[in-house]
Design a binder for this molecule. Sequence first.
Ligand SMILES: [Zn+2]
Length: 124
Amino acid sequence: MSKRKANDGSHSTALSDTKKKKCSLNFKPEWLRESVETELPTSSRKQVTKLGDIFTYRETSDEVICTICQEARASGAFTTGKRWDDWKIDYLKRHINQKIHLDSVSKLRCQKSGGLQRLLTENA
Ligand SMILES: [Zn+2]
């Protein structure tokens, strides 16, 4: 009984190492230098921009803010600070294609094209 248990423990280590990595992946600041083609409030067509122009990484809290969603006051984790246990650049790229983000883009487009003044007075 005890012999079998010992075998399981020592021999399965190598296998489980590849299966589930214990160490979590950290956010890499160089991701923000990656170019993406995406919708921007400043243009009506897709533009090539850097992820760093859209996302801000807060090192102190390990959170990513989407500045577009934040400016548009969208609901969602990207407005207040999004965190993952395992960071992947794909998460950032995926967000800029999500509806909530594209809604923020079009909302800001409207604001920039004249509605901003009205919105400011409404909120005041
Ligand atoms: Zn966003």
